[in-house]
Each structure stands twice: as structure tokens, then as C-alpha cells.
Design a protein around this ligand. Structure first.
Ligand SMILES: Cc1ncc(COP(=O)(O)O)c(C=O)c1O
Length: 398
């Protein structure tokens, strides 16, 4: 790596643009090339022997390494403030790999009940088949969390903020609990991103993100990342290099490209999110708004302490029933109806229909998914246009 790269750390935006990259790139290109290859070749046997005996450091095979992917990993580690990062083919692949790499039969895991439903599904359905016990603890119930820790507990898993109610976890409290009991802590920070929250600074051991969301930022790639200290990440990377959940070089390039404008995008997501949450909170057709940047959010104070912005996801309840909320969504002209979040395009969904339609209404309600709940992933469009659009759609359902 170019020496000047190492000296160039700088502010968040500088690291978004330059972090992890060498100043001098092949063919004097300003952009980092996509090294689209499955394997790497040796010019003769001596060169191969130098490599296998550790005299040279280079790539050998695509599952073990790729220069485009390495740049994306370094950039993400710099943004999160971690020693190392390992990229995966999706957020779920990152999450499942971290747990499988760190756990053995007989171990015990604690996961908070507001974690992404596929993460919960993996913990509650898949891990027990490998002899790993799992406890589900109410998000934010720190006494129940401590009571659930046993001498077999290896990891505590949470998200912050959570989906869809944007509840915020006290990161320092979780980190202290983990350290006191010798248990590792893992936070899925997808909704916050390192622009708004850096759990490692609060003593958390590992952070995972679905890079499919804000990090990529353009709804055009799937990737996941784990960031933390070098020893832990090295073990997880070794596991990945065996199981093969790698991101492809083109996906890594798109991620680097997306990260160039990360700080700019996040500023706009934060601004738009807060403006829209405030608009909705004052609207007579809205029953309740969930946004940690609003003083009315139950976790506003802790959010202010540990976050520098509150992101672009705003959840709210329409004054009406499931059909009223659907009519409102169908009248909107700018946001697309679709799952996911964190891209430049606004996306809107009714969780009761998008992800939980198969469930009986009482079961949905039991896990807190109300029929009239709407989750809005606010994009980076002009906020006045978005507010006008919301306003006309709300007037239309009156
Ligand atoms: C908080 C959170 N974590 C993880 C994931 C999984 O990420 P991916 O879809 O990239 O596998 C998601 C996806 O929606 C998510 O919202």
C-alpha cells in the first residue's frame, strides 16, 4: 500500500472518498479497478514457493482474496473505526458467518427480540440444530439480559436502532455487561451506519451491516460486512474463505463507488428523515410517528447521546386500518413500494403486508406489527417534493 494512504485518515468524508485506497493505481487510473478474476497465476515454481513459504504477500485464488474487495474492506474498517473488516455476499451471510465462526456445540447465544426477523429465524431455528442454545430477550430489558447469561454464553446479539420502531439500545451498557461476564457483543448497525453511530467506540466487540442498504446506497448490490479487532475478524474471514460467502469483484467495486458519496448521502437522509418525521407528527391523519430524532421517541435521549444523526427510516401509524394505510401508499407518486431501505430512492412498505402477510393478524400484533403501520425509507430526493407527495396522499384518504 502507498505510504501516503496510511497517513491520510482525515474526516469522515475524506475517508469515504480516499479511505482504503492506494494513491497510485494501475494504469494511473483515479478509480480502483475491478479485478475480475477467479484465480491468480505464478510465473514459475520459485515464485510459487516464495508465496507458500510466506516470503511474498500476494493473491492466490479468488475465494481467498481480491484486490477490489480488499479496498472495500479497508475503507469500511476506516469508516467504522475498526482494525479490520471482512466482506460477505450479503448482510445475512455476514451475520450467520460471524455466529457460526464463533460458536461451537454446547454454546449459548442471547439475541434481542427486535433483531431482523431472518437473524432471529437463523438463531432460533438453525443454531439449535447444531447444539447451540439460544435465548430471546426483550429488547432493552437489561436485567433480563443479564439474568439470561450463563457460563456457556458466548455472544450477545442486538440491533440498534431496531426495525420497524427504531428502538435504540444502550450500547455502553451492553458492552459493559459483555465484558463483565466475558461474553462477546455483536451489534447490527445497518439502520444507523458508521456515519451516525460507531458501536466499537462504546466497547462493543463486533459490528455487522447489511451493506446492501446505506453503505452501498443505490439499491444495486447485495453485500454484508463485519468489523472489529483484527484477531476476531481474521478468524471470521478464515471461516468465510472455507464456506465461500464472498462478495464478487463487481459488487465490491459498486460498494466502493457508493461509499464515495456516503457522507453526503447520509447528511441528506438524516435531514430528510427528521423533516418528514416532524411533518408527519404534526399531521392530523397520523396517529403516531417513530423516529429517534423526535423528542417524542422513547429513546430520544439515548439516541442523542450515542448517535450523531438518526437516519432515513421513519415508521408511522395512519389514523385508520390496514386498507386506509394501503390506500395512502398507493396514492404516493415518488416512493417505490418495496422491501429494503437505505438507497437514494425512497421506498415505502406496510410491514403487515410486505413481510408478515402470512401471519394471523393476532400473531402479527403480538410481535408488534400493527396493520396500519407504514415504514418509510426516506431517500435523498428533494424533501419538499416528498412532503408534498405525502400531503396529497394523506388528503386523498380523508
Ligand atoms: C437490520 C438488517 N440486518 C441484516 C439484513 C440482511 O441483509 P441482506 O439483505 O444484505 O442479507 C437486513 C435486511 O433487510 C436488515 O434490515
Amino acid at each position: 500500500m502507498d505510504e501516503r494512504h496510511d497517513k491520510l485518515k482525515g474526516g469522515f468524508s475524506t475517508r469515504s472518498v480516499h479511505g482504503g485506497e492506494s494513491r497510485r493505481k494501475p494504469s494511473h487510473s483515479i478509480t480502483n479497478p475491478i479485478v475480475q478474476t477467479a484465480t491468480y497465476v505464478f510465473s514459475d515454481t520459485d515464485e510459487l514457493i516464495d508465496f507458500v513459504t510466506g516470503k511474498t504477500d500476494r493473491e492466490e485464488y479468488g475465494r481467498y482474496g481480491n484486490p477490489t474487495k480488499t479496498v472495500a474492506e479497508r475503507k469500511l474498517a476506516e469508516l467504522e473505526g475498526g482494525e479490520d473488516a471482512a466482506l460477505f455476499s450479503s448482510g445475512m451471510n455476514a451475520f450467520t458467518s460471524v455466529l457460526l465462526a464463533m460458536l461451537s456445540s454446547g454454546a449459548h447465544v442471547i439475541i434481542m427480540d427486535e433483531c431482523y426477523r431472518r437473524s432471529r429465524q437463523f438463531c432460533l431455528q438453525a443454531l439449535p440444530r447444531y447444539g447451540i442454545d439460544v435465548s430471546l430477550v426483550k429488547t432493552g430489558d437489561y436485567e433480563a439480559l443479564e439474568a439470561a447469561i450463563t457460563d456457556r454464553t458466548r455472544i450477545i446479539v442486538s440491533e440498534s436502532p431496531t426495525n420497524p420502531y427504531l428502538n435504540v439500545i444502550d450500547l455502553e451498557r451492553i458492552a459493559v455487561l459483555g465484558r463483565t461476564h466475558g461474553v462477546k457483543t455483536l451489534i447490527d448497525g445497518t439502520f444507523a451506519t458508521p456515519f451516525n453511530q460507531r458501536p466499537l467506540e462504546f466497547g462493543i466487540d463486533l459490528v455487522v451491516h447489511s451493506a446492501t442498504k446505506y453503505l452501498g446506497g443505490h439499491n444495486d448490490l447485495l453485500a454484508g460486512v463485519v468489523i472489529g479487532n483484527a484477531g476476531l475478524v481474521a478468524a471470521i474471514r478464515e471461516f468465510r474463505d472455507v464456506t465461500g460467502g464472498i462478495v464478487d469483484p463487481h459488487g465490491a467495486y459498486l460498494l466502493i463507488r457508493g461509499l464515495k458519496t456516503f457522507a453526503l448521502r447520509m447528511e441528506q437522509h438524516n435531514r430528510n428523515g427528521l423533516a418528514i418525521a416532524s411533518f408527519l407528527e404534526a399531521h392530523p391523519r397520523i396517529r403516531r410517528v417513530y423516529y429517534p430524532g423526535l423528542a417524542s421517541h422513547p429513546h430520544h435521549e439515548i439516541a442523542r447521546r450515542q448517535m450523531t444523526g438518526f437516519g432515513g427510516v421513519v415508521s408511522f401509524e395512519i389514523d385508520g386500518d390496514m386498507q386506509t394505510a394501503s390506500r395512502f401508499i398507493d396514492r404516493l407518486r415518488i416512493p417505490f413500494i418495496g422491501p429494503s431501505l437505505g438507497g437514494v430512492e425512497s421506498l415505502i412498505e406496510q410491514p403487515a403486508i410486505m413481510s408478515f402477510y402470512e401471519m394471523e393478524p393476532e400473531d402479527r400484533l403480538a410481535i408488534g406489527i400493527k396493520d396500519e403501520l407504514v415504514r418509510f425509507s426516506v431517500g435523498i430526493e428533494n424533501v419538499d417534493d416528498l412532503i408534498d407527495d405525502l400531503d396529497q396522499a394523506l388528503k386523498g384518504i380523508s
